[in-house]
Design a protein. Structure first.
Length: 331
């Protein structure tokens, strides 16, 4: 298995396309914790606005799910959904393990929002249905889960379950803003969602340098010896477009001998070994020769995890990590 964080084999696509599917779905994320089941800051307060937001019906690949009232015991089975709930002030009762070697349970950008809570971890490879049932959820959210219909039907016997919008995860690209708004709808916190969006957009603007605006950026990701140029069909591109860069629309599979599409104003490289970084083909790119490359290392770093989550919590963290380096090579 590659060390690139990705949702798993059920997506039926390449390692890069599997994670990119997070950006190709309109995610619904909602979670909350109960003091009797897991450490938490407490059950969310029920406001008049939240009460008036329900019932709400969300469509997905296997039909639609109606949430009759504000959820108080929610399990998230997607791979990045917990962050969006945390961004809106709701601590997950349980959340899905994030693929790759990154220490996702201790992700630094989520520490304050968790406030010491430790949501129950759910295995990434195969969902532990008995564990989920034991938590007595009143809602199961898995829009970034890539579950199949039999799994959805089994989960639906435990609690109302929201699956991904389409069975294979494909569809119109959803931005983190759209994901936040849908999360707010599911939680009855739409006003707070708009506030979070505005604050996060401002943080990205503050992290951007004037030299970023309109410059082209190539995301060079090496996976198991195969180079990829990521496009905006991958959720990880949202950080760089939010900083003002222009990123190509479509993810491309390249070869070690055909790296020309990477030759943009700046290259952000991840996953290359030193030997691959020193290869003559890579070193002959104009951007490399002119020092316009930011090497962010492998896929187990906090930056890689923050890029993989691409949430209102993780995007400012990732921007603070990479923006100074981008400004340096473009300066």
């Amino acid at each position: 298995m590659s060390h690139v964080p990705r949702p798993g084999r059920r997506a039926g696509r390449t390692a890069l396309r599997a994670l990119a599917a997070a950006a190709l779905t309109a995610l619904v994320a909602a979670a909350c914790s109960s003091p009797s089941q897991a450490p938490s800051s407490g059950a969310p307060e029920t406001s008049a606005a939240a009460q008036n937001a329900f019932p709400v019906t969300l469509k997905h690949a296997y039909g639609e799910t109606t949430i009759p009232a504000e959820p108080t015991r929610v399990v998230t089975i997607g791979f990045n959904e917990g962050d969006f709930a945390l961004a809106l002030g709701v601590v997950p009762l349980a959340e899905r393990e994030f693929f790759g070697g990154f220490d996702w349970q201790n992700r630094p950008w989520a520490a304050a929002a968790k406030n010491g809570a430790r949501p129950v971890p759910l295995a990434s490879s195969e969902l532990p249905l008995e564990t989920i049932a034991s938590l007595r959820p009143d809602l199961i959210l898995g829009v970034y889960s890539f579950i199949d219909q039999p799994t959805y039907e089994r989960l639906s016997t435990i609690a109302p379950t929201v699956a991904q919008p389409t069975a294979n995860g494909e569809g119109a690209a959803a931005t983190w803003q759209e994901q936040t708004r849908i999360t707010g709808q599911a939680l009855g916190r739409s006003d707070r969602a708009e506030q979070v969006i505005a604050e996060t957009e401002q943080k990205l603007k503050d992290a951007a340098a004037p030299s970023f605006a309109g410059r082209t950026l190539a995301m060079d990701f090496m996976v198991d010896g195969t180079p990829y140029k990521l496009g905006t069909d991958d959720l990880r591109a949202q950080l760089f477009t939010g900083l003002g860069f222009t990123v190509p629309a479509t993810t491309e599979t390249l070869s070690p001998e055909t790296l020309g599409p990477l030759d943009q104003d700046v290259i952000v490289s991840m996953g290359r070994t030193q030997e691959q970084y020193d290869s003559p083909v890579f070193q002959n790119l104009n951007a490399v020769q002119q020092g316009r490359v930011v090497n962010m290392g492998g896929y187990t770093t906090p930056f890689a995890g923050a890029l993989g989550y691409s949430s209102p919590l993780s995007l400012p963290y990732a921007a603070d990590e990479v923006s100074p380096q981008l400004a340096e090579v473009l300066g």
